[in-house]
Write a protein of this length. Sequence first.
Length: 134
Amino acid sequence: PRDTRVRLPEGPLLVLSPRGARDGTPREARLRAVDPTRGELWVQGLGLSFDDVRSTGAPQAAWSDSTVVVALPLYDGSQRPPDLRTLVQVYDRDTGVFRETRKVERINKTDQPLLHAFGEVLLLRRPNTLEILR
């Protein structure tokens, strides 16, 4: 029903959007940081097809005091065995400048890393490991 409201968290939101032609050629996935009061803060191309990112599940993100980390689950069923991995991409919180990408191999579709923010530190949790990202 339309009478349901959603309360958004304070501060910027991340939006995944396409860029490119609608003529059947691949559209690039773009990450946008949008502040509800100040508008768009920055835009960063992900170097991946928007349709591929959209079809593999919801990305997750975490904000620390200085960085934004985005985990993008990827699945390539054309390979045998299927290629399951997550790209963990790190950006500067204020400017959107790209810092690094890590490829995290997954055992199965449910082996999705979880991101947790604690001030200046970001944690990448998996079933058997815990990694600190700064």
